[in-house]
Design a protein around this ligand. Structure first.
Ligand SMILES: [Zn+2]
Length: 591
C-alpha cells in the first residue's frame, strides 16, 4: 500500500512504547483523582483545579484509546493490537471508577453553591456546561446505594444484545439457496446483504424466504431477549421518575419527546411520497408488481470508477457552497496522511471518523473506487470537518457533540455531493443513477429508520400499558408497520407475512431510542444544505456556527437558535419535498 494512503499516527504517539508509557502514567495517577472528592467542594479554586485534573486525565485516556483503536481496526488479527485496544478500554474503566463520585458530589453541593463558584472563578468557565448538566439530572438520580445497585446490574441487562448477536452469528444454522452461475450460497447476515440486491428476482425471493423464515422460527427466543431490553427501559424510566421510556432516553441529551413524536407523525404524512418512489421503482425495474424483495437492486447501473484522488477532487468541488475557508481546510486535511484508505488483510469493514481534541481528524475507509466509496468519503469528511471546526472553536470540555447532531454534517455533505454529481453528469443514465442513489438513501435513512423508531415506541408503549410482549406480538406490531409504510392497502407493495420477522434481525433495537437520530439528522442536514444552496453567506454561517458550537449547548436548543425547530414539521417536510423534487427530475428524464 502506498504510504500516502496510510494514516500517520505520530501526531498521537511516536511509537507503541510512547503509547504504553502514557497509558501507565494515567493508571499511576488515577488514584489521585479519587482523592479530589474531598477538596472539590471546598471553594471555587479547588473545584476548578479538580475538574482540570480530571479533564487532563480524560484527554490522555482518549488519545490512548484512539491510537489503540486505529491499530486494532486496521489489523484486527494482530494479537498485540487486540491487547492494546483491550488495555485502552480498561483504562477508561479505571478512570470511570476513580471519578464515579463526581456527579453525586456535585449534586450534593447543590445548584446555589455550584453557581456561586462558577460566578467567582473564571477557571470554571469551560466546565460550567458540564456542571449544570449534572445538576439538571438530579431529580432523576437515585440514592448512591440504588445507583450502585442499578449500575451493578448493567452488564446483565446489556447482555441481551450479546445473546442476539451470538444467536444470529454463531448458533443458527443459516439455510442455503441456489444462485444462478454461483452455485449454493448461505443466506446468513453477509449472504443476505449481498443477495437482496441480486438482479435476478427469483434469487432475491429465495433469499428473502430463507432468511426471514429462519428468523421466524426463532421468534420466541428473539422476542424474549428483546422484551427483556424493553422491560429494562420501562423499569428504569419508572425508577427515575420519567413519564415514559422514550422521555427517559431522550433526556440524556435534553431532547423533548415531541421531537420523536413529530418525526413519526411527519414520516407518516410523507408516506404518499415513499409510495410514489416504490411505484417509480417498479416501473424502472419493469416489474409486473412489487414485493418487499424488490427494494434493494439498483435502479440504474453505472460502471464509472472513482479513485481516491477523484473522491478528493469531487468532494472539494461539491462542498464549495460551504465557503472558501471550509474548502481550504478540507483540502489541507485530505492531503496530510489523515486517512487509512484501502481495504486490506485483517482490516475491519466499514468507515468511520475519529480523532482527539487539539489534533487532526482521522478517517478510516475501505475505498473501493466506486460511487459508494466517493459518497462515503464525502460523508466521513463531513464528520471530520465538524470535529475540526468544533475543536478549533471550543475548549476540550465542550468540543464533543452528541449523536443527535453527529450525522447532520455528514448527510449535508452527501447532499452537496449528490447535487454536484447530478449537475455535472455526462449522460441521462449517469444522471438517473445519481438521482436514484439519492432517493434510495433518503428512503433507507429517513423512512426505514423512522419505521424502526415507531416500532420501538409501540413495543415500549405496550409494556407501559401493562401488556406482555412476545415474539408473536412483535411480529404483529412489525407487520402492521411494514404494511403501512409500504402501501400494502393501497396496492403499492404486497407484504408477505413471512417477512414480518424482520424486527428480530435489527441489532439496534438493543440500544433503544437510538435510530431515530439517523432520521432527524438527515432531515436537519438536508434542511441546512437546502438553505445554503438557495441562500448566501448568512445561511452558510448559521450552519457553520452549529458545527463550531460542538457540545457547548444542548443539541435541540442549538438547532432551535439556528432557526431549526426539530419538534416542528419543517425539517421533515423539507426532506419529503426533496424526494419529490428528485422524482420530478427522474420522471422528466424517463419520459
Ligand atoms: Zn456517519
Amino acid at each position: 500500500m502506498d504510504q500516502k494512503y496510510v494514516w500517520d499516527l505520530t501526531s498521537l504517539f511516536k511509537s507503541d512504547a510512547e503509547w504504553d508509557a502514557a497509558r501507565k502514567q494515567v493508571i499511576a495517577d488515577a488514584p489521585k483523582l479519587a482523592t479530589l472528592k474531598d477538596s472539590i467542594g471546598k471553594d471555587a479554586k479547588s473545584m476548578a483545579a479538580a475538574l482540570d485534573q480530571i479533564s487532563a486525565a480524560n484527554r490522555v485516556a482518549e488519545k490512548v484509546a484512539v491510537y489503540a483503536y486505529f491499530g486494532y481496526s486496521t489489523n484486527t488479527r494482530d494479537a498485540k493490537g487486540q491487547e492494546r485496544w483491550t488495555l485502552a478500554q480498561a483504562l477508561q474503566g479505571e478512570l470511570g471508577s476513580n471519578t464515579a463520585w463526581l456527579a453525586p458530589t456535585i449534586q450534593d453541593l447543590g445548584a446555589e453553591k455550584v453557581e456561586s463558584f462558577i460566578k467567582a472563578e473564571p477557571g470554571l468557565k469551560n466546565h460550567a456546561f458540564g456542571l449544570r448538566d449534572i445538576l439538571r439530572r438530579k431529580p432523576h438520580t437515585l440514592t448512591k446505594e440504588a445507583e450502585a445497585a442499578v449500575a451493578a446490574f448493567g452488564p446483565v441487562i446489556g447482555s441481551m444484545g450479546n445473546i442476539h448477536s451470538v444467536l444470529s452469528n454463531a448458533d443458527i444454522k443459516w439455510p442455503e439457496v441456489e444462485v444462478p452461475d454461483a452455485g449454493k450460497k448461505t443466506v446468513n447476515q453477509t449472504g443476505y446483504q449481498g443477495l437482496r440486491q441480486h438482479p435476478d428476482r427469483n434469487t432475491r425471493k429465495a433469499a428473502f424466504d430463507a432468511f426471514w423464515t429462519t428468523y421466524g422460527q426463532f421468534a420466541n427466543t428473539y422476542g424474549g431477549t428483546l422484551a427483556a431490553t424493553v422491560n429494562a427501559g420501562v423499569i428504569d424510566a419508572k425508577l427515575r421518575n420519567y413519564p415514559s421510556a422514550v422521555a427517559a432516553s431522550l433526556a440524556a441529551n435534553n431532547i423533548p419527546e415531541s421531537v420523536y413524536r413529530t418525526l413519526v407523525a411527519e414520516a407518516n404524512k410523507g408516506l404518499p411520497t415513499l409510495h410514489r418512489y416504490f411505484k417509480l421503482r417498479q416501473k424502472m425495474l419493469g416489474l409486473p408488481d412489487l414485493h418487499y424483495y424488490d427494494i434493494y437492486p439498483a435502479l440504474v447501473r453505472l460502471d464509472k470508477k472513482f479513485g481516491i484522488e477523484d473522491s478528493k477532487t469531487l468532494t472539494l468541488a461539491a462542498v464549495k457552497p460551504l465557503g472558501n475557508a471550509y474548502v481550504d481546510d478540507l483540502a489541507t486535511l485530505v492531503n496530510q496522511r489523515t486517512m487509512h484508505v484501502y481495504p486490506g488483510e485483517g482490516k475491519d469493514s466499514g468507515a468511520y471518523h475519529w480523532g482527539v481534541w487539539g489534533g487532526q481528524p482521522y478517517i478510516f475507509l475501505n475505498h473501493k473506487d466506486d460511487y459508494d466509496g466517493l459518497t462515503t468519503f464525502a460523508h466521513e469528511w463531513g464528520h471530520g470537518m465538524h470535529s475540526h471546526l468544533a475543536n478549533k472553536a471550543q475548549p476540550y470540555e465542550t468540543s464533543g457533540y452528541s449523536l443527535f447532531l453527529a450525522e447532520i454534517a455528514s448527510t449535508a455533505n452527501e447532499m452537496f455531493l449528490s447535487d454536484y454529481m447530478v449537475a455535472n453528469a455526462k449522460s441521462k443514465e449517469e444522471k438517473l443513477f445519481y438521482l436514484g442513489q439519492a432517493l434510495e438513501g433518503l428512503r433507507a435513512t429517513f423512512f426505514r429508520q423512522t419505521m424502526f423508531a415507531e416500532f420501538e415506541l409501540a413495543t415500549h408503549d405496550a409494556v407501559q400499558r401493562g401488556e406482555a410482549l412476545s415474539g408473536a406480538k412483535m411480529t404483529e406490531i412489525y407487520c402492521d408497520l411494514l404494511k403501512r409504510y409500504h402501501g400494502d392497502a393501497q396496492g403499492v407493495m404486497k407484504i408477505d407475512p413471512k417477512y414480518c420477522s424482520e424486527w428480530a434481525y435489527i441489532s439496534h433495537f438493543y440500544r433503544p431510542f437510538y435510530v431515530y437520530q439517523y432520521a432527524t439528522s438527515i432531515s436537519a442536514g438536508i434542511y441546512f444544505a437546502t438553505q445554503i444552496s438557495k441562500g448566501g453567506e448568512k445561511e452558510r454561517e448559521t450552519y457553520l456556527n452549529v458545527l463550531r458550537a460542538g457540545g457547548s449547548q444542548y443539541p435541540y436548543d442549538l438547532l432551535k437558535q439556528s432557526g431549526l425547530d426539530m419538534a416542528s414539521p419543517a425539517p421533515y417536510q423539507a426532506l419529503v419535498k426533496r424526494m419529490d423534487a428528485i422524482m420530478d427530475e427522474m420522471e422528466k428524464l424517463l419520459n
